[in-house]
Design a protein around this ligand. Structure first.
Ligand code: MN
Length: 197
């Protein structure tokens, strides 16, 4: 079974004004679709055809660069769309909030560290809130790598990720990645993040 592009869980215009409609249309319909198509091409006729996306991603470094890039791209974007929701944002609650406060001093402290990870990623990549050895941590990955991968510098289970590729924000924010990251927090679906925790 070939991989397919998942439908967005909301409309292309639903994340306005924080993420604009055209960016969402191109990001989902062109960029994410291309990762899906190129992943399918990379595994067609190989022993990896039929494996789950997570299994491919976890062993990406042992498989091939196209699987690492496009399998990562498909996993990361599927995860990203579900991490966002219209009218979301605010703060987490319950155990997730308690553990964020314990790990980072405060919710604001976590956001600062996450934003710094996104700003510090030179070129294209992702910022992450992860669970590593039972503890919350912030990390970042280059390109379409993610913390599940065997090749990740910091391995863990992702709870939240921010796409900091220019394609995620350039039409509205141009070079202002910090403004895009500030707007990102207005869209974080904390109930989804908590369910992953
Ligand atoms: Mn992207």
């Amino acid at each position: 079974m070939a991989f397919t592009l998942p439908a967005l869980p909301y409309g292309f215009d639903a994340l306005e004004p924080h993420i604009d409609t055209t960016t969402m249309q191109i990001h989902h319909g062109k960029h994410h679709q291309a990762y899906v198509d190129n992943l399918n091409k990379a595994i067609a006729g190989t022993p990896h055809e039929g494996k789950s996306l997570e299994e491919l991603v976890r062993h990406a470094g042992q498989i091939s660069t196209p699987v690492r890039n496009n399998g990562g791209g498909h996993w990361n974007h599927s995860f990203f769309w579900e991490s966002l929701a219209p009218g979301a944002g605010g703060t987490p609650t319950g155990k997730l909030l308690e553990d964020i406060n314990a790990a980072f001093g405060s919710f604001e402290g976590m956001k600062e560290k996450f934003n710094a990870a996104g700003m510090g990623r030179f070129g294209s990549g992702w910022a992450w809130l992860i669970v590593k050895d039972g503890k919350l941590e912030i990390s970042s990955t280059p390109n379409q790598d993610n913390p599940l991968m065997d090749v990740a510098e910091v391995k863990g289970t992702p709870l939240l990720g921010a796409d900091v590729w220019e394609h995620a924000y350039y039409l509205k924010y141009q070079n202002r990645r910090a403004d895009y990251l500030a707007a990102f927090w207005n869209l974080v679906n904390w109930s989804k993040v908590a369910s992953r925790y």
